[in-house]
Design a protein around this ligand. Structure first.
Ligand SMILES: Cc1ncc(COP(=O)(O)O)c(C=O)c1O
Length: 452
């Protein structure tokens, strides 16, 4: 496409599109992508970039997969859509639900499909309330979430989100949501003598349950690795303790695996690493590698049995036009087949190690305060003073400038505060991992004095 077309497209975009997280300052020279192959995106001007965040943490099998296009075309020309309200079903939805029950945690065997992660979490909250009402505990309605969490755009999931910037212009929030500190090893405060960070962060959950009153708390929601909050990897003792606390106080544990599901962390689902099972699992993104929108929840057998056992007048009045969408489910089935056939979950573990090692070499730059990651989810946190962990003055916009410099070096990714997030497709090659690290090194050196 010619430069002229590109400029025309840009003008039309600015005239007619509101983008997520919109502000003109963040959209001065947007890239207009036209093609993708593996871990590489091509823009309208013919420039190529490594897709450092797999789209939005979702294109797990990489771009340009003909098999997924064919799965969609075949299903669309056979039966693109039909209702899945009680009384009807379809073959891909049935097969996908069965496949998920094989892949996910042993006690979770039943699926409700939606279209994305926000609706998945919204469904999780409503299911938690339903469950406790059915159990004769109608006062258990509150949700405990964590600071720096991201759970979606609906009012309830926005209220569970633990970053005030997402609330500010949309307040008031839905009542009944409270936040506790994240198990953020680099910045956690409040550890008692002899206590681990995992123990202190999980103690915050117990304290919140007791403060709110266990008889009022329906559920605790957590991303196994926090994504949009800055790729926060918890200490190993955190989730086993969380599980134990939730069980002790009759609080359902919702794992938001919208990013971490389907291989991203080197396991099919992230909590498997710690031998922990949630009561409700939210999924989206990687289930179709983003080729079509699909999300949903899986519930424990106990919750499923409860949903099925209520009297008719109390039935689960949770409607959704695109629940069990045949075409989206057909694409998901093919996507899961690719993940499995190509061993991409193990590859995420292996390439994640290489990426993390590469990024750790960046510690030689004084602005690199913390490097962290799990599987193919990693981050580099930049600081003005490494010893004191002082963030850069926000007016310097260091994260945004480093991101921009990285783009100039063929690496497209996102920053959160001054944290550069990296989560390339699971098909990323070793050579591309090296380019990611070098692109980031060059970008940091170009922006931060004293790093060159
Ligand atoms: C952990 C997590 N939960 C939920 C969501 C919301 O998903 P969606 O944008 O598909 O509604 C996201 C989106 O990035 C996410 O990262």
């Amino acid at each position: 496409m010619s430069e002229l077309d590109a400029n025309e497209l840009l003008k039309t975009d600015k005239a007619h599109l509101i983008h997520p997280l919109s502000h003109p300052q963040d959209h001065t020279e947007p890239l207009i992508f036209v093609r993708g192959k593996g871990a590489v995106l091509t823009d309208v001007r013919g420039r190529q970039y490594i897709d450092g965040l797999s789209g939005l943490w979702n294109v797990n099998v990489g771009h340009g997969r003909q098999e997924l296009a064919e799965a969609a075309a075949t299903q669309m020309s056979t039966l693109a859509y039909c209702s899945a309200y009680a009384g009807a079903s379809n073959v891909p939805a049935i097969q996908l639900a069965a496949r998920l029950s094989e892949l996910a945690y042993p006690s979770l065997n039943t699926v409700f499909f939606a279209s994305g992660g926000g609706e998945a979490n919204e469904s999780a909250f409503k299911t938690a309330r339903f469950y406790w009402k059915a159990k004769g505990k109608p006062d258990k309605i509150k949700i405990i979430a964590r600071q720096l969490a991201y759970h979606g755009v609906t009012l309830a999931t926005m209220s569970a989100t633990g970053m005030p910037a997402y609330w500010k212009m949309f307040e008031p929030r839905v009542p009944g949501f409270t936040h506790i500190p994240s198990p953020y090893p680099y910045r956690f405060e409040g550890v008692r003598e002899g206590e681990s960070i995992g123990a202190a962060a999980s103690r915050a959950l117990e304290e919140a349950i007791l403060r709110e009153g266990p008889e009022t708390v329906a559920a605790f929601i957590a991303e196994p690795v926090q994504g949009a909050g800055g790729v926060i990897v918890p200490p190993d003792d955190y989730f086993p303790r969380v599980r134990e606390i939730c069980s002790r106080y009759d609080v359902l544990f919702i794992a938001d695996e919208v990013i971490t599901g389907f291989g991203r962390t080197g396991r099919w689902f992230a909590l498997m690493r710690w031998g922990v099972e949630p009561d409700i699992l939210s999924f989206a993104k990687g289930i179709t590698s983003g080729y079509l929108p699909l999300g949903g929840i899986m519930v424990s057998d106990e919750i499923r049995d409860t949903i099925l056992s209520v009297p008719y007048e109390d039935r689960w009045m949770h409607a959704y036009t695109y629940s069990g969408h045949p075409t989206c489910c057909a694409v998901a089935l093919k996507n899961l087949e690719i993940l499995e056939d190509e061993g991409l979950v193990g590859r995420a573990e292996q390439m994640g190690k290489k990426l993390l090692e590469g990024l750790q070499a960046l510690y030689e730059l004084p602005a690199v305060g913390d490097v962290r990651g799990l599987g193919l989810m990693a981050a580099v946190e930049l600081v003005a003073d490494r010893e004191k962990k002082t963030p850069f003055d926000p007016v310097l916009r260091v994260g945004r400038r480093v991101r921009r410099e990285a783009q100039e070096r063929g690496l497209f990714t996102r920053f959160i505060r001054d944290v550069l997030a990296l989560a390339p497709p699971l098909v990323v090659t070793e050579e591309q991992v090296d380019r990611i690290v070098e692109g980031l090194r060059g970008a940091i050196q170009a922006v931060v004095p004293g790093c060159a």
